[in-house]
Design a protein around this ligand. Sequence first.
Ligand SMILES: [Zn+2]
Ligand SMILES: [Zn+2]
Length: 912
Amino acid sequence: MSRDIPKAYEPQQIEPRWARAWVEQQLFRAEAKAPGPVFSMVIPPPNVTGSLHIGHMLEHTEIDILTRWHRMRGYNTLYLPGTDHAGISTQRVVVRMLAAQGIDYHKLGREEFEKRVWKWKQEYGGTITEQMRQIGESCDWSRERFTLSPELSRVVMEVFVRLYEDGLIYRGHYIVNWCPQCQTTISDLETIHEERRGNLWFVRYPVVGTPEYVVVATTRPETMLGDTGVAVHPEDQRYKRLIGKRVALPLMNREIPVVADTFVDREFGTGAVKVTPAHDANDFELGKRHDLPEIDVMTGDGHMSAAAGKYAGLERFEARKRIVEDLKAQGLLEKVTEHTHAIGVCERCKTIIEPRASTQWFCKMKPLAEPAIAVVEQGDIRITPENWREVYFNWMRNIRDWAISRQLWWGHRIPAWHCQDCKEIVVAREAPAKCAKCGSRKLEQDPDVLDTWFSSALWPFSTLGWPQQTEDLRTYYPTTLLITGYEILFFWVARMIMMGLKFTGKVPFRTVYIHPIVRAADRQKMSKSKGTGIDPLDINRKYGTDAMRFTLMMMAAPGKDLIWSEDKIESSRNFANKIWNAARFLFVNLDKFEAGGATLEQLASPEVRAAAPFRVRGELPLVERWIFSRAARTAAQMNDALAEYRFHEAAHVVYHFVWRDFCDWYIEWQKPLLTSSDREAATAAWRNIFSVFEAALRLLHPFMPFLTEELWHRLPQASTAKSIALAEYPAPKPEWIDEEAERQFALLQETITAAREIRATLKIDPKRKVAADFSAGDTHVGRLVEEHSGSILRLALLSEIRLIPRKQLDSKNGLIRSTSQFDMRIGYSEGVDVAGELTKLRKEKERMEKDLELKRSRLSDETFRSRAPAEIVRGLENTLSERSIEYQKLLERLAQLEKTTSRSDSGSSANV
Ligand SMILES: [Zn+2]
Ligand SMILES: [Zn+2]
């Protein structure tokens, strides 16, 4: 590749090119037989209906950084991508799409509908994986998996059958959360409980054979049609005499018993409760204890069923209205009160769920949970940050059986066949020809499919070829690490641990890292409707994917939420620009240097490269000792930080090293040498500068893969290599650490910084050279400054630096900066136009006073304070206090200058 480099850094030109090249070259393809320790990760499979959001961007960046980091350190690395078939979500999307075309999916029938979903998947299901390619994730695309592919479906069947044979899967009649919109069971975890205001209706149930009635309170009057009893507390004096008697269920012409049960809460409502076993979880249990029948008065789509008598066919809330009216008309409604209570809502469609008794398939969890608790207790799996361990234990110790069947068409159909003749259920890997019990050939497969999370639970081993003992499974399982969000710790992480242990006898991963979440500027979760959401791909297009990755990582401290703001990404983009411009400077000047006959191409040889740092006539200059020491320290800090998921720390360390140490100090310091006529010294300087730059790019590569790849190919030492992604990650080199050099160079930096600060305070024309007096506390310091005075004068724009004893250094006619090791003074007379400066400062003083006055009066305005958002008020207060400090400094400067003029006016130097 040519060394020519465009003037401006344009990620839009660079990134798509590399993203394509990496995929085409299969650069990240894993080889099970490859040497080296193994690092493997499976992606948390995003929904096939999804597209990348900011949470993915963070999660995938962390995964990709650790993958690239390990790959560069010689690990046999696998990052396995794939998607989840996402049962309910996908079915909803396709049902809606068909509806928009005027097609009722019920009429299509199951088989045709499934075909349509596969067709949809073919056309639109690749969005998110395409986006992952665009942002350059270093996955092995040859191993991409889909939870509903034939291979993974076979794994699901195998697991289901084995669990069934082990007695861990059973059919049960239970109250489940039913979503009338999605028309399927949803798990407790997918049900959101919302506090809502509703009513409590008090209904009179006449006691049979007496003129009395008993009053029950209900929040859902429509369910009374399915009542099969009334319950009271056995010690409730108000009702003792009614126990064993019968009441007439209003509107239904049915007599039901009054039973006594200690479960009844005497404080709620009237202390007497209606019992509806088919529509309430507590009533279901209570009904079982008292042998009360279940009457399901609803249909799957939230209407009243045939069992609801004259209300059959009505929508559930319409039925509620009619029932209340009828009760009122018959004088059976005693009163209505307001009542706030928790209502279960479907997470996906927000419809109010209906607790409903039905026959479902269940998986017994206790026996699976026990070993899964043990492996985390014993540290076979590390969950980090640590606080999530307790959350995990708490959930696992209170685990309930998992309702795994869903009334959908899109998913893994349950491998169970019902004999139409003898009702036997046959569970098998393949469709059986006849009933195992009666031999009948009239078998029908169970219509339900498995909960999407069932196949996700198998993901770490199903993707690697289990139940075959494949090379991949032997090499990459257990996987090394899982990075995911806290919200699927139960849905997914816990179930993977249980299933992994059950079927492979091994943990599915050694470590679980729970990443933080990205919040909007108002610290709330990002929300599209509030306008605080962002599309990461828009941001990537505008600033570059590298800038986006770096921004997120600068904030990604374990256990701490990220607060998004657009100015943060501007600073990352500036960082990328800075690197680009530094590279451009180096490339352009190297071309000039090489035009003189020298060449740095020999750096391409590993032996030559290993000889860094390069000496001149046996000597290594201080600045070289310093930069190589800093490089070694940066490598050590980054390796340590990445090993503990401290992405923010690694990002800050490399940012400081590249921007401050390398660009601002090292390149600036070396500039004269790069064009020196001393060819030997110049060549060594060039070799060192490119050795450090190349190492810096490798250090940065996992964070900014595109920019580093683009620049790396232009380096003299990388002419034949395929990709920086396959180069070695800089190891900490202890032999480069040089404490003495770091101390000495820091002193030179402080000297230059002190001179620059005085110049800035005195507002000395940036082009004008001035002299400085310097007094060292220690002779070493003085000698060091003398030795490097050439660089100091150049970088601080000094005409000379005079070493004088401290007692000769006074603040008369000059400004002093002091550190523990030295004092430096620059005089006013040196190039300062005192009169002009005074006029400027006085004008500035007036301007600042007006500004301060304005801000103060605004802040003392009560109307403003009470109406403006708190953040604005706080912001203004902060600005005011900053401006006040600046104003104080201005006054001091003015006072100093005024003294100077009065002295020169009077010609006296006394009385300062
Ligand atoms: Zn729903
Ligand atoms: Zn049979």
